[in-house]
Design a protein around this ligand. Structure first.
Ligand code: SF4
Ligand code: SF4
Length: 353
């Protein structure tokens, strides 16, 4: 490895990243699978994924002349939630990455600091750095991270680090400098072997085959990116997840093995953000919703989307004490919330028969 490559990886560690690597660039080897996935409609309503696949699968389309990509990982593993709260059907579950402020705000300044360092080290080649991305760009981050030796892609489609499991936020910096010339091709170390736990654990059977995720069935899509109604047949399978889902990660033996928290503890278990009381969420008007979730990923589905999810979770609780809040939500000005509240009321009343 070149001394510059070593210096970049050491600097990434000093900044606080839990994993870092560098890979030479090449078009994605998964383009044909990606095209088939899009053609089959498994990107659900995420139409932006189908736009300009050439740009998405070839880093040179983003930065002409790109030769190396620095890939970094930041662990968001923190302590497990208290089971009493986590399993309380009158509380909602929030995916672990969203237990706090928006991770982009944490990670982008770290990436920018690393970018500044590289710019300084490159000197005359300072214009070599194109961009710092944290999952907002078009790149196939997991494949790039796999090539940079950060881990391997598991059957649940997540990048699995041998040191940190899959609770790892990824980012990258594109360089026209040939920093990776001596890094060579990495062969992914680690494998799923015969394990199929994630496939069996998925509540909505969103994996038609290992390594393939049908977003139309995935709770993460249904509760975050999906702007419309949640299909009725899927609602009972969502349980009390109200924002995302970690089931296919939490069962993974690699995740179980690497339970130690990362070094940057930017998340922590706070019951009212990680497992909030559902009825209280239904009482939020638009201003209260924005104020409560300001600066967090939970703003993304907006009030209408989050309260839609809350109604589904309360319907799944089967608990009659949820009825007053749901009856109120059934009179909400937002039709999406009204319809899901009415469904939830029917669920609870049918459960009681
Ligand atoms: S996030 Fe949840 S719903 Fe989506 S594939 Fe994983 S286990 Fe299934
Ligand atoms: S649960 Fe098993 S099959 Fe799924 S990603 Fe982890 S190791 Fe691979």
């Amino acid at each position: 490895m070149t001394s510059l490559a070593t210096a970049i990886i050491e600097k990434a560690s000093a900044i606080g990243f839990d994993a870092a690597g560098i890979s030479p660039t090449a078009p994605s080897s998964r383009r044909a699978e990606f095209d088939r996935w899009i053609a089959s409609g498994m990107n659900a309503g995420m139409n932006w994924l189908a736009r300009d696949p050439q740009r998405r699968t070839d880093p040179a389309q983003i930065l002409p002349g790109v030769k190396s990509i620095v890939s970094v990982g930041l662990s968001y593993q923190v302590e497990d939630p208290p089971p009493l709260l986590w399993n309380d059907p009158l509380r909602g579950r929030v995916a672990r990455y969203a237990w706090g402020h928006d991770y982009h705000d944490e990670m982008l300044p770290m990436l920018e600091e690393l970018g500044e360092f590289i710019r300084h080290e490159l000197g005359a080649g300072a214009d070599a750095i194109s961009r710092c991305d944290v999952d907002t760009g078009p790149l196939f981050e997991r494949e790039i991270a796999e090539r940079a030796d950060l881990g391997f892609i598991g059957k649940n489609t997540m990048l699995i680090s041998r040191g940190f499991g899959s609770y790892l936020l990824l980012g990258e910096i594109l360089l026209t400098a040939n920093v990776a010339e001596e890094c060579g091709e990495n062969v992914p170390k680690g494998t799923c072997g015969n394990c199929e736990r994630c496939q069996a654990a998925c509540p909505t059977h969103a994996f038609p085959a290992p390594y393939i995720l049908d977003s139309r069935l995935c709770i993460s899509y249904l509760t975050i990116e999906n702007k419309g109604a949640i299909p009725e047949e899927l609602r009972p399978k969502i349980g009390n997840w109200i924002f995302g889902c970690d089931e296919c990660q939490s069962v993974c033996p690699w995740v179980k093995q690497f339970r130690k928290p990362g070094r940057q503890l930017f998340l922590k278990f706070d019951p009212e953000f990680c497992a909030p009381q559902l009825s209280a969420l239904l009482a939020l008007d638009d201003a209260a919703f924005k104020s409560r979730f300001a600066g967090t990923p939970l703003l993304r589905p907006k009030r209408r989307g989050l309260l839609r999810n809350v109604c589904v979770a309360l319907g799944n609780s089967g608990r009659r004490e949820a009825l007053p809040a749901l009856e109120c939500a059934a009179r909400d000005a937002e039709p999406l919330i009204r319809e899901h509240a009415e469904w939830a009321i029917r669920q609870i009343e049918n459960d009681a028969k």
